[in-house]
Design a protein around this ligand. Sequence first.
Ligand code: UD1
Length: 423
Amino acid sequence: MSQLLIDGGTVLNGEVRASGAKNATLPILAATLLADETVVIQNVPHLHDVTTTIELLGHLGATVTVGDGQAVEVDPSTIHSQVAPYELVSRMRASILVLGPLLAKYGECEVSLPGGCAIGSRPVDLHIQGLRKMGADIRVENGYVHAKCKRLQGTRLVLETVTVTGTENLMMAATLAEGTTIIENAAREPEIVDLANCLNAMGAKVTGAGSSELVIEGVERLHGAEYSVMGDRIETGTFLVGAAITGGKVTVRDADARWLDATLVKLQEAGGKIESGSGFITLDMAGKRPLAVNIHTAPHPAFPTDMQAQFVALNAVADGVATVTENIFENRFMHVPEMQRMGANIKIEGNTAIVRGVEKLNAAQVMATDLRASASLVLAALVADGQTAVSHIHHIDRGYDCIEEKLGSLGAKIQRISGSEAG
Ligand code: UD1
């Protein structure tokens, strides 16, 4: 099994480019199923989750061409199956994103239920409820969602909980529905805006993206388009925490400060000097130790759950005591026991981690347990004494494009050793 070996003690300095956003790429790839013609997507990151989605599109019969650079071309006109099997959906929950497009376009589909995942139960009941309200006949049987409809009907949907992929599934389905769909209490993440922009480039009529009320006027068909995915704000935030935790200065390109407001406020509170402009964000820590910062995760534009683990790492070595409260997922502190093995002083009470900053962490053999947890362990390793080995790094490859090259270019001493070398 591959591992990342990180020698702690270097300061991150320099410039790095954010890759295309994972959480925008996955729904945009699913959205190509709605078109009648080829859709070309640019700035697609090299990630395992993207590969899984491409495999799923291929399984459905779409003709997918992966270019040399970061372009992926999807011709959905060759689709011959509307079944998303367990084998692929269980690898990645976001596969559920094909449900809305397949149903809206083909009037019938079978999509495996994603099942549990490490960070919590993550049901898809709101996706199903919304599609039912649009007229779909849905049975959940033998672990599969069996959905059928004539043409979906526009209606007013009020989401009980703010759900990102739920909003995306319903928005995609509504583009081909008859009449107008209004989604209230919609998620407001920048990736929702990116998906809406891509759908509009394909001929959809979506307005209100980025607000909690989406209005989608259904159209008869969607055509081909070319679209470039936004930069990854979570990857950006992770590099900025890397600068803050090591006392360095890092500029992230292809980043937009408006996508990261709550995160940047916290980085400033931690003592970072932030500068941003068209397409870049710089954080300068000027060699200082970060100050402890309290965190409460909540849907966008509040502090993102996908940055929570990285801030636990920052607080683990910060000056002071911080509370980190996770309000989105019930089991998202799996990085804590691993950081404790590195000498972090963290106590969990319910959904809150109380983190007392220590002067130094110590290197240890640690295990990545989910995507963002693994990033937080890499950050912690940057400031640990000695060489940390992070195992189970397939989690990190799901969402971070070339992490060791990118961190290496900023001065980190990090290397990947493959299965046999790792023993
Ligand atoms: C997306 C992101 C993930 C991020 C999360 C929260 C993608 C591919 N993934 O995941 O990186 O951590 O948003 O920002 O974009 N819920 C229900 N019923 C549903 C759907 C959700 O109860 O039908 C609950 C979930 O259990 C959770 C909350 O709603 O407590 C938010 O989850 P949701 O926004 O749906 O997360 P994902 O879209 O899976």
